[in-house]
Design a protein around this ligand. Structure first.
Ligand code: F0G
Length: 463
């Protein structure tokens, strides 16, 4: 770790991608055309894109070089074995199936182990995970600790599982085989990119063992989680990241992974597990829907880049820069008096839109309103994680059921933006904050049956 305050990007830029400048008037037009849904705006009309950290990272020279060595053989390609070795080296898991992205791994897993009457607990299911579970007529339940639901509370491991609630569930369904798996999402994305402590992973596994339930990690941001353990959990401060990662995975029986995050690639994922009985069923669905099991929806070159990415993501210098630059961003917002979720997470800074815009009720989507304001003011794209994403209507009464929190997530693509880009975002947010009372709520004009935030048509409330 450097003794200096300024944490520099631990890389030089070899290739640049121009950003097209836009005016407020341009952006107003683009937002109207997109029916006020930020997903429908063309990427070229965005100045700083903080929509997601998923698949938006920059690859290293070593990854690009590895791509040239990608083996495109249909079956048994060399790149698969390199990828599987890299995954096994970190996770110790036996069976490894590449998939085109994380949700494909989820779909395969839940279509096999899910089904009517079954329940799958997690600290907090990510939206695609929940949707894939529910699509298979399975119940998805979230048992993050109470501290994890209070955006203003500073607590080191807000992603931890509530073990008491988990045990109650295990007790309730004891001996019924209705809980096919327990999951832990590291870091807890929907709860603010918050880490899970090693002690909690270990204790969750112990409880799972007691009730004979396998534990799977939703491992998208495993390296960031490991770095937080190193920073915050006594006993881990002198351990190398790779060993922390290995210990984390030693407590699980399997993992779903979106390689678009902590494998530093633009596309890819995998499903990994130890259970030999699951192997054949997974292989069958993999062949049916993703492709032959040694490529699983990916090119050989993608697998090669993924293998190299997994080596780079556990480098200490990279993780120090990654976590500290996100903290830099968040702490500047705190200084400006903007209510952010605390402590600052690994991959994103989350604004508590409910606290920032108290004049907009949850049913008028304060997070979405802030998202649109940020785009109009500075061309910045962010993502609502609140009632537009998770809000529901009561099946009987039609009454609005809000999400647990109304957040605006600004996710940081890996190795893409420099400190001056982030300083610009901070300046724009300062301006938006000064004029926040003028921001209006929104209503839904048209909405699809699933995952409505991706494509719903919206309009500002005229009150
Ligand atoms: N699990 C978690 C915790 C995630 O954050 C994501 C994706 C997935 C699973 C699904 O992976 O996109 O490769 O299919 N999160 C992205 C995000 C989309 O913006 O946070 P995927």
């Amino acid at each position: 770790m450097t003794k200096f305050k300024t944490v520099i990007e631990p890389f030089k830029i070899k290739m640049v991608e121009p950003i097209k400048m836009t005016t407020y008037a341009d952006r107003k037009k683009f937002l109207d055309t997109a029916h006020h849904n930020i997903f429908s705006i063309k990427a070229e009309d965005i100045l700083i894109d903080l929509l997601t950290d998923s698949g938006t990272g920059a690859m290293s020279a070593a990854q690009w070089a590895a791509m040239m060595e990608g083996d495109e053989s249909y079956a048994g390609c060399r790149s698969f074995f390199k990828m599987a070795d890299a995954v096994r080296d970190l996770t110790g898991l036996k069976h490894i199936f590449p998939t085109h992205q994380g949700r494909a791994a989820e779909r395969i897993l839940f279509s096999i182990i899910g089904g009517e009457g079954k329940v799958i607990p997690n600290n907090t299911h990510f939206d695609t995970t929940r949707a894939n579970i529910e699509y298979n007529k399975t119940e998805a339940v979230d048992y993050v600790i109470a501290e994890g639901k209070d955006p203003s509370l500073d607590y080191p491991f807000k992603g931890n599982m509530d073990l008491k609630k988990l045990e109650e569930l295990f007790e309730k369904y004891k001996g019924t085989k209705r809980i096919p798996v327990c999951m832990l999402t590291i870091t807890n994305n929907s709860g603010g990119g918050q880490p899970v402590s090693m002690a909690n992973i270990r204790a969750t596994k112990k409880l799972c063992d007691k009730y004979n339930i396998p534990l799977f990690l939703d491992a998208c941001r495993f390296a960031e989680n490991a770095y937080f353990i190193k920073l915050r959990e006594p006993g881990y401060e002198n351990m190398i990241i790779k060993d922390i990662v290995k210990e984390m995975f030693s407590y699980c029986d399997g993992a779903t992974m979106s390689s678009k995050k902590d494998a530093l690639v633009n596309m890819g994922g995998f499903l990994a597990f130890n259970d030999d009985k699951l192997f054949t069923e997974v292989q069958n669905i993999e062949i049916l829907t993703e492709g032959f099991p040694t490529y699983g929806g990916l090119s050989g070159r993608d697998l090669a880049a993924l293998a190299q990415g997994l080596r780079e993501v556990v480098e200490e210098d990279y993780l120090e820069y990654r976590i500290k630059s996100t903290q830099y961003f968040g702490h500047k917002l705190i200084k400006l008096g903007i209510p952010v979720l605390k402590p600052i997470g690994g991959h994103a800074v989350y604004i508590d839109a409910k606290a920032m815009l108290p004049h907009i009720p949850p049913e008028q989507f304060p997070g979405h309103a802030l998202c649109c304001a940020l785009y109009l003011e500075g061309g910045i794209r962010s993502c609502e994680i609140g009632s537009l994403m998770f809000g529901k209507e009561d099946a009987q009464t039609g009454a609005f059921i809000p999400a647990q929190m109304e957040l605006l997530r600004m996710a940081i693509p890996r190795r893409v933006y420099t400190q001056s880009h982030i300083d610009y975002v901070i300046e724009v947010l300062d301006e938006v904050n000064k004029n926040k009372n003028k921001i209006k709520g929104y209503e839904i004009v048209e909405s699809p049956p699933f995952l409505r935030h991706f494509s719903a048509k919206m309009r500002p409330k005229n009150i």
